[in-house]
Ligand binder design. Structure first.
Ligand code: NAD
Length: 344
């Protein structure tokens, strides 16, 4: 398995492979760039089909955290970790303690937090072995409401860019995934007068959305071709791909999921079809912004900073229009400029 020449390596500072025989822990911790501060990024637990898949995921996510933290104006670098295993059956106290010790061995170069498959409770166990954990209970807590707020404001910015007004009254939004973030997002959208079309694997969440938010429910595969204004991916990555792009009727793609574009060329495909894409790591930065206030937690200050996502996205949309580049490329360039300036 190639590491230094891996297509997603992108000059990572450090990649650590962790094995703890007693607990069965197999993890990879990736520290992409610490120019702006310690690398901060969550830990994902997933039953990866093989080690290559886990490595690719952690490298892509870690690099994304560098850019996300830079554009959110945080003094954090980018990093991420993955635990190879099934979150439903492979969790134990020993496993998360071993993970905590591995994070501790990096001496504060990397702070972990919750991500897909990981709960605040798991992070609290790891925290018994190291102070280098973020998103702790009793501090900044669950990041999802802030991620949802940022995503909601990002959708408003996209509508503003296309229509000149950011009113969501009557705007139709297809939300894929009613999990921690997706449901809060739907609540914001409903309150703002948007019409919701939703899908999820969980029938209880669907019933709740239909009853509380008058959401229309559609099958999982039908979400892409709904006659809506906005497609909001809030479940899986890579849902913008060769198969789904031709189905889209939405003129905006704006949701909270990480790594929405299967490949960079799919950003170009969206642009060529006149579909406005809100780069994932910009629109979904609300949670990490909230975590950045953890030390002396202040919810109002955190919310005020999350609200900046609206202006950052408007700036990216304008620059993309002016340059003819994709919004994803413009966002990457802006993030790299911040890091390069800090280097100097
Ligand atoms: P979650 O696990 O709580 O929710 C995901 C939801 O998607 C679940 O309800 C699940 O049933 C549903 N789902 C799974 N497969 C689906 C499919 N094929 N079609 C439709 N629905 C499906 O996760 P979350 O915390 O809400 O995060 C959602 C996305 O946002 C993830 O990609 C995550 O990486 C990203 N994200 C989350 C945060 C955060 O603060 N939680 C921050 C940044 C990015």
């Amino acid at each position: 398995m190639a590491i230094f020449s891996h297509p997603s390596f992108d000059q990572h500072e450090q990649v650590m492979f962790v094995h703890d025989q007693a607990s069965g822990l197999k993890a990879i911790i990736a520290v992409h760039d610490t120019t702006l501060g310690p690398a901060v990024g969550g830990c994902r637990m997933w039953p990866y089909a093989n080690e290559e898949e886990a490595l690719n995921d952690v490298l892509r996510l870690s690099r994304g955290m560098t850019y996300k933290n830079a554009l959110a104006g945080l003094e954090f670098g980018g990093g991420k970790s993955v635990i190879i295993g099934d979150p439903k059956s492979d969790k134990s106290e020993a496993l998360f303690r071993a993970f905590g010790r591995a994070v501790h061995s990096l001496g504060g170069r990397y702070y972990s937090a919750e991500d897909v498959g990981i709960t605040t409770g798991d992070i609290m166990i790891a925290h018994q072995e190291t102070p280098y954990m973020a998103g702790l209970e009793g501090k900044s807590g669950d990041p999802s409401p802030y991620t949802a707020l940022g995503t909601f404001l990002g959708i408003k910015a996209a509508i503003k860019h296309q229509r000149g007004s950011d009113s969501l009254e009557g705007v139709k939004v297809a939300v894929q995934g009613l999990g921690h973030v997706g449901y809060y997002l739907c609540e914001h959208l409903h309150k703002a007068g948007a019409k919701l079309v939703v899908c999820d694997l969980n029938p209880e969440q669907l019933d709740r959305a239909a009853t509380e938010l008058q959401a229309e429910i559609v099958d999982l595969d039908a979400i892409y071709h709904q006659d809506v204004d906005v497609y909001a991916p809030c479940a899986l990555g890579a849902t913008i791909n060769d198969h789904t792009i031709p189905q889209l009727k939405a003129t905006i793609v704006a949701g909270c999921a990480n790594n929405q574009l299967a490949e960079p060329r799919h950003g170009e495909a969206l642009r060529d079809l006149g579909i406005l894409y809100a780069p994932d790591y910009v629109i979904n930065a609300g949670g990490i912004i909230n975590v950045s206030f953890e030390r002396d937690y202040d919810a109002n200050a955190a919310e005020a900073k999350v609200r900046n996502i609206y202006d950052t996205l408007l700036q990216i949309f304008r620059q993309a229009d002016e340059s003819g580049k994709t919004t994803a490329v413009v966002a990457d360039e802006m993030a790299r400029a911040i890091i390069t300036a800090a280097h100097r």
